[in-house]
Design a protein around this ligand. Structure first.
Ligand code: HEM
Length: 179
């Protein structure tokens, strides 16, 4: 079974498996400015969505049930940093461990009334991000470019998700281990 030390190699192998190559890397980088121009709107939309759903909202409300504005602002900021990191389409060791640490802070730390963040919410958050990005591309790019951008970002988002979910999976990843 792959261990944490194999993570960077696992990420590269999985990137090969899903066909995330040079063309996708170029597409991510060439659409980075467009994505980052919408950063505030994307992060706000995600957190507004969380607040409308009790399973997600409980991580971001105070004891009296009102939104914990400070925690939400902190989260928007770190989500923005994650988008910036993703926009570089990096697949190296630093990115792998940045994502692992981020995942572990969801799977292994308890947050206020919410407890640890359940994995299905992580998957749901990634789905919401995919949808929001597809809308940005569709509204701002010619159809063929929007399709290429959505395809590349979707691959990258799910590569990130695989690492974020690592702390939840008892078996760990098979990629990166002995073949
Ligand atoms: C696309 C998926 C997600 C990404 C990329 C993400 C990103 C981040 C990052 C970068 C941090 C700061 C990490 C740290 O302090 O180590 C964080 C913290 C946190 N996240 Fe997420 N997150 C995601 C999904 C979720 C979901 C679905 C929830 C719950 C509904 C959630 C709740 C939290 C909480 C409660 C914190 C700590 C809050 C605090 O600082 O007080 N996250 N997240």
């Amino acid at each position: 079974m792959a261990t944490a030390a194999d993570l960077p190699r696992a990420l590269k192998e999985l990137a090969d498996f899903v066909g995330f190559g040079e063309a996708d890397t170029q597409t991510i980088r060439s659409t980075a400015a467009l994505v980052l121009a919408h950063e505030a709107r994307l992060t706000t939309a995600l957190y507004e969505h969380f607040l409308q759903h009790p399973q997600a909202a409980k991580f971001f409300v105070r004891e009296d049930g009102t939104p914990d504005v400070e925690r939400i602002e902190r989260r928007k900021h770190s989500l923005g940093r994650w988008l910036e990191e993703m926009a570089q389409a990096a697949m190296g060791t630093e990115t792998a461990y940045y994502l692992l640490a981020m995942g572990l802070s969801h799977s292994h730390r308890s947050w206020g009334r919410g407890g640890t963040v359940p994995p299905d919410l992580m998957v749901g958050a990634m789905s919401l991000t995919q949808t929001a990005l597809a809308q940005v591309f569709a509204a701002n790019l010619p159809a063929a470019e929007a399709l290429a951008a959505s395809s590349a970002w979707n691959k990258l988002l799910l590569l990130h998700l695989t690492v974020l979910l690592r702390g939840y999976l008892r078996e760990g990843l098979r990629f990166g281990g002995p073949s």
